[in-house]
Design a protein around this ligand. Structure first.
Ligand SMILES: NC(=O)c1ccc[n+]([C@@H]2O[C@H](COP(=O)([O-])OP(=O)(O)OC[C@H]3O[C@@H](n4cnc5c(N)ncnc54)[C@H](O)[C@@H]3O)[C@@H](O)[C@H]2O)c1
Ligand SMILES: O=C(O)C1=N[C@H](C(=O)O)CCC1
Length: 266
């Protein structure tokens, strides 16, 4: 039985991951929260709503990592990089779902995962990862004749924008079209901003209420339009995906993997 520890245990995702780990027959060996969090000391299972587990939420990163096979971390990029560093020191695996990494932070993650197997993915759902695959084919087939715009919608508590999933969708499309995402991504249009260039990929963000997560990539041509959409109705496919990644990653060769590797979609 895989021993899973969860970082961000009292968060929206952390709670669902604890439930998913139990449902998958894994042992929840530890649960972490930030020092000073009001849930530190409380039973992780009671907080997640799946009954007492006898595992108190802790703020002791070293002790929790020591006791697990793999740490599942849904927090923030800075916290995730620290967790990756500690997992590397203790030769443990890690699955990171946090989003909002800068290119420099991502490069650091690759470096830190040199000696341990790690998964870093902006979206753990099967559906979104199948969309990544479809988007590559569609973009390649349509080529430069269609304008690409990406719109994402999330809840009003989300801290990063655009979503990690939207950024990855933009990267996949840009790569398929032979463009540099960092040069062609267009996050803002206001005033007399001029006609749209052929290369740009528009990225639009909507925030409100309790939207779990919705993404649409528009391929807009002359007289026709293709829309590829994914709508998440609950967080459960993210949490189940992260547990699947945790079970997969333990024992793999060191290096930084993504969900496409886990699902065999490459
Ligand atoms: N990859 C995916 O499939 C996927 C799906 C959903 C959310 N996310 C991402 O996961 C992250 C978390 O999302 P959320 O909605 O659960 O947020 P949240 O704010 O509900 O939960 C984050 C939790 O991390 C805790 N935390 C902060 N610093 C910590 C530290 N130093 N040690 C331990 N815990 C710490 C917070 O107290 C909080 O409880 C975001 O980056 C989000 O974009 C990814
Ligand atoms: O709720 C969130 O936050 C989500 N974040 C991920 C992202 O940024 O792509 C995945 C969907 C939910």
């Amino acid at each position: 039985m895989t021993k899973i520890a969860v970082c961000g245990a009292a968060g929206r995702m952390g709670q669902r991951i604890i439930v998913a780990a139990r449902e998958a027959g894994c042992t929840v060996s530890g649960a972490l929260e930030r020092p000073g969090h009001e849930m530190v000391g409380q039973d992780a299972g009671l907080i997640a709503g799946c009954g007492a587990l006898g595992i108190a939420i802790s703020d002791d990163l070293n002790a929790v990592v020591e006791g697990c096979d793999v740490l599942i971390d849904f927090t923030t990029p800075k916290v995730s990089l620290k967790n990756l560093e500690v997992c590397a020191l203790k030769k443990k695996s890690i699955v990171i779902g946090s989003t909002g990494f800068t290119p420099e932070e991502r490069a650091l993650a690759v470096e830190l995962a040199r000696d341990i197997p790690a998964v870093l993915a902006p979206n753990m759902s099967v559906g979104v990862n199948v969309c990544f695959k479809i988007l590559k084919d569609v973009a390649k087939t349509l080529g430069d004749d269609f304008d690409v715009e990406i719109v994402e919608l999330h809840h009003n508590k989300k801290k990063d924008a655009p979503s990690g999933t939207a950024v990855r969708m933009g990267e996949v499309v840009a790569e398929a079209l032979g463009r540099d995402y960092n040069k062609v991504a267009t996050y803002h249009r206001e005033g007399i901003c001029g006609e749209r260039t052929k290369e740009e990929i528009g990225m639009q963000t909507v925030r409100g209420g309790d939207i779990v997560g919705e993404h649409t990539v528009y391929f807009i041509g002359m007289g026709e339009r293709i829309e590829i959409s994914h709508r998440a109705m609950t967080r459960d496919m993210f949490s189940r995906g992260s547990v699947r990644a945790a079970q997969w990653v333990v024992g793999k060769q060191p290096g930084l993997y993504d969900m496409q590797d886990v699902l065999g979609l490459k």
